[in-house]
Design a protein. Structure first.
Length: 226
C-alpha cells in the first residue's frame, strides 16, 4: 500500500496488442494494492452506471465510432477522483497517443500526482500474431490458443465438446492491421516518456510469471513510490 499522506504511484503499461498488458497490469495492481485502470473497463463501468459520460461513450460505440479523447479522459478523471490520493494506479493501455498522454498529465496534476514509471512490454510481431490469431473461445468462456494451448480435439472445447469460435478481429490480417495502427499512433509514446526518464523496457516474450517478476524488479529497483 502507499504511504500515508503521500500521493500514490502512477505506472503506465505500454505495448502492442497481444503483449500481455492486461495480465501484467492486473498482477502488478493486486500485488501492490493498487487500482488497475483500463479504458475497456472504464467504458464498461460507465455504460453499466449510466453516467453522463458513459451515455456519451455508448452513443459513439453504437454508431461504430471511436470514443473521442475528451470523453475517455473525462472517464479517467472520474476514476481518479473515486480513489484515495494515496492509492497507486496502474494504467493499462492508456494513454494510446501523445495527445492522451498530455491530457493524462493534466488530470494527474489536478490530483497532485504525476506518472512515476512507464513500462514498455515488447515482443516480435510474429509471436504477437500467433498469440492473437491463435485464440479460440468456447461459448462457456474457456479460451484456447492453437499454437500454445490447443484443445485436445481440434476445434472443440475440452469441457463441453462445443465448437470453438474464432473472432473476426482475431484474423491474422486484422491483427497485422492493429499492430500497424499501434506502431503509428502509440509507439511514439516510448520516445515521449523516454525523454522524461521514466521509461523501462520489458521483454514480453517469456512466461507470464517471469514477466511479472521482471516488472516487479523494475518497479522496486527504480523506487517507484511504494
Amino acid at each position: 500500500m502507499e504511504g500515508a499522506g503521500m500521493p500514490g504511484s502512477v505506472v503506465v503499461l505500454l505495448g502492442p496488442p497481444g503483449v500481455g498488458k492486461g495480465t501484467q497490469g492486473v498482477r502488478l495492481a493486486r500485488s501492490r494494492g493498487w487500482a488497475h485502470v483500463s479504458t475497456g473497463d472504464l467504458l464498461r463501468d460507465a455504460r453499466e452506471t449510466g453516467s453522463e459520460l458513459g451515455c456519451q461513450a455508448q452513443a459513439y460505440m453504437d454508431r461504430g465510432e471511436l470514443v473521442p479523447d475528451d470523453v475517455i479522459v473525462g472517464l479517467v478523471k472520474e476514476r481518479l477522483n473515486s480513489l484515495p490520493q494515496s492509492q497507486g494506479v496502474v494504467f493499462d493501455g492508456f494513454p494510446r497517443t501523445i495527445v492522451q498522454a498530455e491530457a493524462l498529465d493534466g488530470a494527474l496534476a489536478d490530483d497532485g500526482r504525476r506518472v512515476s514509471r512507464v513500462l514498455l512490454l515488447e515482443a516480435g510481431e510474429e509471436l504477437l500474431v500467433k498469440r492473437i490469431a491463435g485464440r479460440r473461445s468456447s461459448p462457456n468462456g474457456r479460451v484456447y490458443n492453437v499454437y500454445f494451448d490447443p484443445p485436445e480435439r481440434e476445434g472443440l472445447c475440452d469441457e463441453t465438446g462445443e465448437p470453438l469460435l474464432h473472432r473476426a478481429d482475431d484474423q491474422p490480417e486484422t491483427v497485422r492491421s492493429r499492430l500497424a495502427v499501434y506502431r503509428k499512433a502509440t509507439a511514439p509514446l516510448a520516445d515521449f516518456y523516454q525523454r522524461r526518464g521514466v521509461l523501462a523496457r520489458v521483454d514480453g516474450e517469456g512466461e507470464i510469471g517471469a514477466i511479472h517478476e521482471a516488472v516487479q524488479t523494475i518497479v522496486q529497483k527504480k523506487q517507484v513510490r511504494p
